[in-house]
Design a binder for this molecule. Structure first.
Ligand SMILES: [Zn+2]
Length: 57
C-alpha cells in the first residue's frame, strides 16, 4: 500500500509564456522549496525555466 499525503502531483509552468507543459510529482516531506527546472517549451520553441505551480486537480 502506498502512503498517503507524502507525494503530490504538481504542474510545471513555463516562466516565459505560462504554458503548463509538464506534470511531475514531488515529495513535500523531503523537498520544501519550489522546483525550478530547465525544460523544453514547445510554445516558446526553446528551453526555458519551468516553475512549480499549484497541484493539479
Ligand atoms: Zn514557454
Amino acid at each position: 500500500m502506498a502512503k498517503k499525503g507524502a507525494r503530490e502531483i504538481v504542474a510545471l509552468v513555463c516562466s516565459e509564456c505560462k504554458a503548463h507543459n509538464y506534470a511531475t510529482t514531488r515529495n513535500k516531506v523531503n523537498i520544501e522549496k519550489k522546483l525550478e527546472i530547465k525544460k523544453y517549451c514547445k510554445n516558446c520553441k526553446k528551453n526555458t525555466l519551468h516553475k512549480e505551480t499549484t497541484k493539479l486537480k
